[in-house]
Ligand binder design. Sequence first.
Ligand SMILES: C[S@@+](CC[C@H](N)C(=O)[O-])C[C@H]1O[C@@H](n2cnc3c(N)ncnc32)[C@H](O)[C@@H]1O
Length: 213
Amino acid sequence: MSDAGRQSHWENVYTSKGENEVSWFQENPAPSLALIAEIGAKPASAIIDVGGGASRLVDHLIEQGFHDVTVLDLSAAALEAAKARLGDRADKAYWRVADATTWEPSRTYDVWHDRAAFHFLTEARDRDAYLARLKQALKIGGHAIIATFALDGPEKCSGLPVMRYDAARLAQTLGSGFKLLHSQRNEHATPWGSQQLFQFSVFQRAEGDDKFL
Ligand SMILES: C[S@@+](CC[C@H](N)C(=O)[O-])C[C@H]1O[C@@H](n2cnc3c(N)ncnc32)[C@H](O)[C@@H]1O
């Protein structure tokens, strides 16, 4: 899919549907919050939610006292929906409208979180572009929490084909600069009661990986 096609797809989703009318809606992003706690993130940790959309993860992180949270998404409408929900608290986070495959990061982060964005990258050149940004933006020793559909999860999301992963396949895709620390499967209940199998994988950016920059 072209960059423009991808952007108009997601802009259309977020301008035509409410936050709880999409399959990926979570009232409480508990698996992500548990993993962010497990890796030892502190309120001062710089966290970026890549393809964060209108997710409530940012609300919970602000509530827990995190004060360096960035939400990046290629849909401006998604970020506007999240900001409207947060009201005055929206100023406690940073918002970036950008495509994760072309974005130019201007700083680095301790935690890179992505739930159900990377799995849309079905072409190798897009995955390579995403991974180049991951390497540019994630500190050495920092953590990447990446959730995709599991190998036996759905083949499509939002009508688009996805790549499905288990931890080993994702580790192979990320390459040797990332150490797999933990993985778990998670059954997500959509707002209409169907089940989707997700794979959450946690990686640490390896020492010495700066040679890839
Ligand atoms: C299935 S939704 C998941 C949203 C959110 N992470 C969550 O868990 O609720 C996928 C999100 O990724 C965003 N997205 C898709 N491709 C992207 C890309 N190349 N760069 C940035 N965001 C992207 C979409 O706009 C959408 O908000």
